[in-house]
Write a protein that binds this ligand. Structure first.
Ligand code: NAP
Length: 245
């Protein structure tokens, strides 16, 4: 299989890649912003099995760079079988209220840098009538909260866009998956106080693979977040405004 991963240095994406790398006989294209960290990921994956691995440096702020890199990956590895969109940054909400270039850049990264490749890869899948696209969203995208709506609104955009692609071209051969993790212990959340709600990146990876095998489309991981978010979404605005969550 040809597995393309954007944001391949992410702890969640790397855990996912490692599970496939152990099987061997796959081609991986790993995209990220930093050559050294991509190379480190590539060597770790190489050590796990007999795979072909190509790291490609991409500027996620530049749509044509993203498209160029995806084309390069198709030229190198052939048609894409599985694509994972994993880049992202847990925006500093207070900073985003005052620094509008920062707000812009964070939204570009968390929304546009996912949406653009999602559409391009979807078009590629449509031509082949085959492929799995996995977008990492977040439970934060379910309702705007005062502590993280810069990040959350970008994730909402990703959820809605993926839902639209799924509605447009999804079928039993073209699978568009939206992953909504809760708290995951990764570099992105290392500054947050850890709690029993935190899970390990490999748990997310294992669950995504279970979702692929079972034909799931929208996954809350762990699954109890589906109930939590159902309650949070159902709260009337007047009550929600008074909560400090
Ligand atoms: N951790 C959580 O609790 C959690 C919960 C829900 C959803 N998610 C989502 O899961 C995905 C993976 O995150 P993670 O938890 O695995 O975090 P992570 O290990 O910190 O990975 C973040 C990834 O985003 C890249 N990145 C960050 N800022 C960037 C920028 N300005 N330009 C380009 N690339 C940038 C990082 O690249 P470098 O390695 O070069 O820094 C890395 O590949 C993200 O989309 C995140 O929003 C995470």
């Amino acid at each position: 299989m040809h597995i393309l991963i954007l944001g391949a240095t992410s702890a969640i994406a790397h855990a996912f890649a490692k599970r496939y790398a152990k099987e061997g006989d796959h081609v991986f294209t790993l995209m990220g912003r930093n050559q050294q960290s991509l190379n480190a990921c590539a060597s770790e994956l190489s050590a796990l099995g007999n795979n072909v691995i190509y790291p490609i440096v991409v500027d996620f702020m530049n749509p044509s760079d993203i498209i160029h890199a995806i084309n390069e990956s198709i030229q190198i590895g052939g048609s894409i079988d599985i694509a994972v969109l994993a880049q992202g940054s847990l925006s500093d909400q207070e900073k985003a209220k005052k620094d509008f270039q920062y707000l812009h850049d964070e939204f570009m990264l968390n929304a546009m840098s996912m949406i653009i490749p999602a559409q391009y890869i979807a078009n590629h899948y449509k031509k082949n009538n085959s492929g799995i696209l996995i977008g990492i969203g977040s439970v934060a995208g379910e309702r705007g909260r005062k502590g993280n709506y810069a990040y959350g609104s970008a994730k909402s955009a990703v959820h809605t866009f993926l839902s639209g692609i799924r509605n447009d071209i999804g079928n039993e051969h073209i699978r568009i998956m939206t992953i909504k993790p809760g708290f995951v212990a990764t570099p992105m959340t290392s500054h947050l106080k850890q709690s029993p709600l935190f899970v390990k990146p490999d748990f997310i990876a294992k669950e995504i693979i279970r979702g692929i095998e079972q034909g799931q489309d929208v996954m809350y991981i762990p699954s109890y977040w589906r109930i939590i978010m159902m309650i949070i979404r159902a709260l009337p605005e007047k009550i929600f405004m008074k909560l400090n969550i």
